[in-house]
Design a protein around this ligand. Structure first.
Ligand SMILES: [Mn+2]
Length: 426
């Protein structure tokens, strides 16, 4: 935790510059017919879940470089997310990974969560690696496996995840499958799909009726010839097969280069099946970079689609779970997450600034240039003062990253947890 006074002190120093910039953008927006205060309120309401696996430096298969002071337990991970939320007031929940973060002392965890103003939004199952005490191996798949015993073990694990989640008042199970094949002929492609569908249906039927199952897709890796759920169409078909509370989860990094992700978002909202988002940035694939670091325009276009869908009464899409899913090996993870949340909120804020009536008119009239210019105008608006004001109004820092650095938090975490502490699970 950071002392409240420290954030106030930081904000006092930042206030004159912040006020000037805020007044400028408010004036610009008012002249355009927007209500800047209403936009700030919408930014305040937007909350993003932090994954429990993102608080330590991620590794690659080549190596891992610890930053020091990494959380050694679920309790310390909650403390780190609590700190992020205290600084930006925009990260009020945690996505929990099972079995890396199995809750042990549930009442104490609940108390700790309340103390930090946090909740557990979702539980994520893991059948992509074998655990020490596991009877059957997932080397050749889990929910798709040819052997019933392996499938049953994977189904039981997912049901166990739901049980852990229920204890902490979560309502979402996220399933991502590493299942697939590396070589032609390895899988009977149709049969492997059918086994997966039936396994997912078994898990679904064991979920409480107020729970949501999110089905995530990924085109390649760890399997390279075929993935059992490679694309949104397969996720969508599986959701339809298992039931109405199954929704597609879009992970930004789980697409081949140049995929039009905003169109996928639009399609899924049109079908009322977009249930969750995993934010990250990527250059090639699942490289888990900071959200908005590589393709900020694409992130904006995705939010443009989301905002348009959320504003359209004809769209019957459920509430979307907003989550970050990133963990790489270069930055201080807390700084990375602060940057990611800011990047997400900035993209959202820009999407709120699209003149939808004018855009609709340009589209109806096939005025290609005008339609594009309307989007560019919103994208090129400096929305940082609006995001900062949303955070300030909720008691957060005007500049969370600067406040984090000024308080020398990493140094104190290293002092407390050690130079070579390793985040559990990684
Ligand atoms: Mn993901």
């Amino acid at each position: 935790m950071i002392a409240h006074e420290q954030i106030q002190y930081h904000n006092q120093a930042q206030a004159p510059e912040h006020e000037t910039r805020l007044q400028f953008i408010e004036g610009v927006l008012e002249r355009k017919g927007f209500n800047p205060r209403q936009i700030i309120e919408q930014i305040r309401a937007f909350q993003i879940a932090i994954p429990s696996w993102a608080l330590g430096t991620g590794g690659t298969r080549f190596g891992r470089f610890s930053i020091g002071g990494e959380p050694r337990s679920l309790e310390e991970k909650i403390e780190d997310v609590g700190l992020i939320h205290q600084l930006n007031r925009s990260a009020n929940s945690i996505s929990l990974h099972i079995p890396w973060d199995i809750p042990k002392d549930v009442p104490a965890l609940k108390q700790l969560l309340t103390q930090h103003g946090l909740t557990i939004d979702s539980v994520n199952s893991n059948t992509f690696q074998d655990q020490k005490d596991q009877i059957h191996s997932y080397k050749y798949g889990s929910l798709c496996h040819t052997e019933n015993a392996v499938r049953q073990q994977a189904i039981e694990h997912n049901i166990q995840c739901v049980e852990h989640g229920k204890q902490l008042d979560a309502k979402v199970l996220t399933v991502w499958l590493a299942d697939g094949s590396n070589f032609p002929g390895q899988h009977h492609l149709r049969k492997a799909y059918q086994r997966t569908a039936e396994s997912l249906a078994d898990i679904y039927s064991a979920m409480p009726p107020d729970w949501t199952m999110l089905i995530e897709y990924k085109p390649y890796e760890p399997n390279f010839y075929s993935m059992i759920i490679p694309d949104w169409g397969t996720s969508y078909a599986l959701c339809q097969y298992v039931g109405k509370n199954a929704q597609v989860l879009v992970d930004l990094g789980h697409h081949l280069p140049n995929t039009n992700i905003e169109q996928i978002v639009g399609r899924l909202m049109h079908f009322g099946r977009l249930g969750g988002f995993h934010f990250n940035g990527s250059m090639y694939g699942d490289d888990d970079l900071t959200t908005g670091s590589i393709k900020p325009f694409q992130l904006f276009l995705i939010f443009n689609e989301l905002v348009d869908g959320m504003n359209d009464p004809a769209v019957k899409n459920p509430d979307i779970a907003w989550m970050i899913d990133a963990s790489h090996n270069t930055k201080d993870p807390i700084e990375d997450l602060l940057q990611s949340v800011n990047g997400i909120l900035a993209a959202y804020a820009r999407a709120l600034l699209v003149d939808r009536a004018a855009l609709s008119q340009a589209q109806e009239e096939n005025d290609v240039v005008q339609a594009e210019e309307l989007l560019r105008d919103a994208f090129l608006t400096d929305v940082r003062p609006l995001v900062a004001e949303a955070m300030r109004l909720d008691g957060g820092a005007i500049d969370p990253l600067a406040a984090y650095r000024a308080a020398h938090i990493r140094a104190s975490l290293i002092e407390k947890r050690g130079k070579f502490s390793t985040a559990t699970g990684l």
